[in-house]
Design a binder for this molecule. Sequence first.
Ligand SMILES: [Zn+2]
Length: 386
Amino acid sequence: MAPTFSFRVLHTDGAARCGEMTTSHGVVQTPAFMPVGTRGAVKGVTPRDLREVGAEIILGNTYHLWLRPGDGLIARLGGLHRFTGWDGPILTDSGGFQAFSLGEKRAITEDGIRFRSHLDGSEHLLTPEGATEIQARLGPDIAMVLDECLAQPAPDSAVKESTERSARWARRCRDRFLALSGRGPGSCSEVAITNPGQAQFGIVQGGTVPELRTLSAERTLAIGFEAYAIGGLSVGERADTMYSVVGHTAPQLPADRPRYLMGVGTPLDIVEAVSRGIDLFDCVMPTRNARNGQLFTSEGRLTIKNARFADDQGPPDPSCACYTCRTHSRAYLRHLFVSGEIGAAVLNTIHNLRFYLDTMARVRHAIVFGTLETLRQSLQAMFSRP
Ligand SMILES: [Zn+2]
């Protein structure tokens, strides 16, 4: 186990846990939500804003940073923390999800994912070893293994084949990671390591088939990572299907390590997953929806461009203490949005991130006081999917 990475559970409420995850750039209170900073920036906001809304850890995307500005350049500039000005914990994904999302522009072999860049059409091969080395240069506190993100729905045979390949790739990622950190065989003098305290998480795949989730969990745990994630969900399946896969998989992951549900979700999805034992989340929803003019509030979703807000002097969310809600009216935010002002994206993003991070604080509080079910019911009333 990487010496600087640790996790401890402080309170439980049913299967839900409230804890502390220590990384080489600080401590994260869990359950935690990670704002998504795809290209080394959370769209619309600065690291100063992120601190103010209560973010403790953010996520970056290996695929994007590798292609531009390049992992070599970021390593020469001291790694992602110094480059971006965010000095708190960072997690990077492996790049697999973005590469898979290229559709016809990519092909998967046992070697890795061959694809054409969305920027200039140039051809690249992302291998398990390569994804591990790129993340060593980028220097996040938590690196993810390269896995195959199969499009759903898929026949069980394809899910099985993909799950087995992900397990083989996970082994290769771990071997390279151990070599890079001087704990395994292999030469790696050509890789500049910018964060010696980096931890690496394995990913459990298996689609929506319980037996394959169990198989993937067994294979991934046998390799041994600092912690484990559940991948391949929130890709178009029904909410109750996702909850049942999480409920099946989370108890199979070690209780003394954080559990990360990748790419999820709405405030309701998050509390449903927390109640099944998940500790970490990331999702583009609060930031992307903010740019599209949708606010998450204590009264549910609010579409700011709606004409009824044209002369509404009230704050976006009367229960929110963020900069946007303290300073501006719904009428002003509507005006900015319909005028196409950059400030609309900035102010809406500050509010939505604060709402998500406040929700996580309420979740942690509820676990300590044994009232998570009450909170779940109130979020269900506001955020059930149509
Ligand atoms: Zn607010």
